[in-house]
Design a protein around this ligand. Structure first.
Ligand code: IMP
Length: 428
C-alpha cells in the first residue's frame, strides 16, 4: 500500500476540490495536477487570503510541498507565468514547482480555434471556457502540438511551431478568421522558456521514485467525472479525463500506485456550460443556493445552473472511479433551506432507472424521482467538532448519502476556510 490519494470531482466540476486539496496538502509531500489546464478555477483560502488557481496545483502555498504539473496537463505558458505573478510577490521563483517536459502547450492558435469552433457550432455550442483546451488535446492526438520540453531546444521548437502554425493558420484563414503571426509566437515562447526552464523535468520518473520511497502524494483532479471525455455527458464535456481512471496514464504511474480515491461532492448540484442536467431547477431552491454560495463561474463568471443532489450521478462516479471516501462540501449552505430533497432515481418513458445513458438527448429527458428531507435548522458551524454535534436532520441527510453510495463521508466542509473543515477520518 502506497501513501497516495486521488482527489476527484464527483459532479460537473466546482465541487471545492481546491479547498480540500489545500487542506490535505498540509500533511502531504507532493500534490500533482494530472489533466486539464487553465479551464479550471480552484479557489483556495490560505492564511486568510483568497486565491484563484488555474493551472498551479492547490498545494502551492505550502512551501514544503512539491507541486507537480504532470504529463497529461495542457499548459498555457503565458497564463502560468501570470498566475505565479498574481499569487506571489513579483519576481518570485517558486522552489516547489515541477512541470513535466511531456505536458502539452496551449498556444494562441488553439485559443483562437476554440473560439472559432464555438462560434461555428452556434446553438449547438459546448459552452467551453475558450481557453484552447479542446483544440490542444485534439492537436496532441493529431501529433501537431508542442510540448513543454520543446521549449528547451530553440531549433526544434521552431520546427514544431512551424508545423502547428501551418495547419492552424490554414484553417483560420479558410473560415475567415485572422491568422496568427508565427514569428511573434516564437519570440514570446523564447521569453517564456527563460522563466519556465528551472521547473521543467521528467515528472513521471520523479513521482515513481517518491511513491516507492513512501512519500505522501495527492493527485488533484480538475473539473468533474460527468465532464470526463469518455464517461461524461459527451459531447458536453471537457477534452480530458478528470477521474482517477486517467491518473496512471496522465502522471506516468502504474494503477496499483493509487491507494485511495476521495470523491469531492457538493451538497447539491451545479453545472456551467451546456449539456444535460436532470436535477436542474429554476426555483427558490436554486436562487437561494446561487446567492448564498455565490454560484458563479470562477473562470467565466457565468451564473451556474443549480439542482438537487443527484445520487445516480454520484453512484456512477463511485463505481467507475473506485471511490473509497467522500468529502461533502458546502454542507453549511443547506441550513434552513426549505424544500430539501435528493434525486434517488429517474423516470424515462414511464420506466424507473438509476443509470446514466450515453445519449445526451435522451438523458436531458430523464425526470428526477426525489426523496424529501426535513429542513436542516440553523446551527453554528464553529460548534461542530464531531458528527454527533450536527442537528438530527443533518445527520439523517448525511447518513442517507453514505449508505446509498457505499462509501464513508470522511470530510465535511462547512465554509471556505481550512478551519471550517470537519475531518472524520485520517486520509493521508
Ligand atoms: P473546456 O474544458 O473549456 O473545453 O469546456 C468544456 C466544458 O467543461 C464546458 O461545459 C465548461 O463549462 C466545462 N468546464 C471546464 N472546466 C471547468 C471547471 O473547472 N469547472 C466547471 N466546468 C468546467
Amino acid at each position: 500500500m502506497f501513501n497516495t490519494i486521488a482527489v476527484e470531482g464527483a459532479q460537473f466540476g466546482d465541487e471545492g476540490k481546491g479547498k480540500i486539496t489545500d487542506y490535505l496538502a498540509k500533511k502531504a509531500d507532493i500534490v500533482v495536477r494530472f489533466q486539464g489546464g487553465n479551464n479550471a478555477g480552484h479557489t483556495v483560502y490560505h492564511d486568510g487570503v483568497k486565491h484563484a488557481l488555474r493551472a498551479l496545483p492547490s498545494g502551492i502555498f505550502t512551501p514544503k510541498v512539491i507541486n507537480v504539473i504532470a504529463d497529461g496537463v495542457v499548459l498555457n505558458p503565458q497564463e502560468l507565468i501570470a498566475e505565479i505573478d498574481d499569487n506571489f510577490p513579483k519576481g518570485t521563483k517558486l522552489t516547489n514547482l515541477l512541470i513535466s517536459s511531456r505536458a502539452h502547450l496551449i498556444l494562441p492558435y488553439q485559443i483562437e480555434r476554440d473560439k472559432m469552433y464555438e462560434d461555428m457550432l452556434k446553438d449547438k455550442k459546448i459552452g467551453t471556457t475558450k481557453n484552447g483546451i479542446g483544440p490542444t488535446y485534439s492537436d496532441k492526438a493529431r501529433r501537431i502540438s508542442l510540448r513543454v520540453g520543446d521549449l528547451l531546444d530553440k531549433d526544434y521548437l521552431k520546427e514544431r511551431l512551424h508545423n502547428l502554425a501551418f495547419f492552424s493558420n490554414k484553417e483560420l484563414e479558410a473560415n475567415g478568421y485572422k491568422t496568427i503571426d508565427e514569428e511573434e509566437v516564437y519570440e514570446n515562447l523564447l521569453k517564456y522558456a527563460e522563466v519556465l526552464k528551472p521547473y521543467i523535468s521528467d515528472t513521471a520518473l520523479y513521482l515513481n521514485e517518491k511513491i516507492i520511497e513512501g512519500k505522501k502524494v495527492i493527485f488533484e483532479g480538475a473539473q468533474g467525472s460527468l465532464l470526463d471525455l469518455d464517461h461524461g455527458t459527451y459531447p458536453y464535456v471537457t477534452s480530458s479525463s478528470p477521474t482517477s481512471l486517467s491518473i496512471p496514464l496522465n502522471a506516468g504511474i502504474a494503477p496499483n500506485k493509487i491507494s485511495k480515491v476521495l470523491a469531492i461532492m457538493k451538497a447539491y448540484m451545479t453545472r456551467v456550460g451546456e449539456g444535460p442536467m436532470p436535477s436542474e431547477v429554476n426555483n427558490d431552491f436554486a436562487n437561494i443556493i446561487r446567492e448564498k454560495a455565490h454560484e458563479y463561474g470562477t473562470v467565466t463568471h457565468r451564473p451556474r445552473r443549480v439542482g438537487y443532489l443527484d445520487l445516480p450521478i454520484l453512484r456512477y462516479t463511485c463505481l467507475l472511479s473506485g471511490v473509497s471516501d467522500i468529502a461533502l462540501t458546502l454542507f453549511d449552505v443547506l441550513r434552513e433551506i426549505e424544500d430539501l430533497k435528493v434525486v434517488v432515481a429517474y423516470s424515462y418513458n414511464g420506466i424507473e432507472t438509476k443509470n446514466i445513458p450515453s445519449n445526451p438527448k435522451e438523458y436531458a429527458q430523464y425526470k428526477p424521482i426525489y426523496k424529501e428531507f426535513k429542513t436542516i435548522p440553523y446551527y453554528d458551524t464553529k460548534k461542530i467538532k464531531s458528527f454527533d454535534d450536527f442537528p438530527n436532520e443533518a445527520k439523517e441527510y448525511l447518513n442517507f448519502i453514505q449508505k446509498e453510495l457505499g462509501a464513508p463521508i470522511s470530510i465535511i466542509s462547512l465554509g471556505p476556510n481550512p478551519e471550517d473543515t470537519l475531518l472524520l477520518k485520517e486520509l493521508i
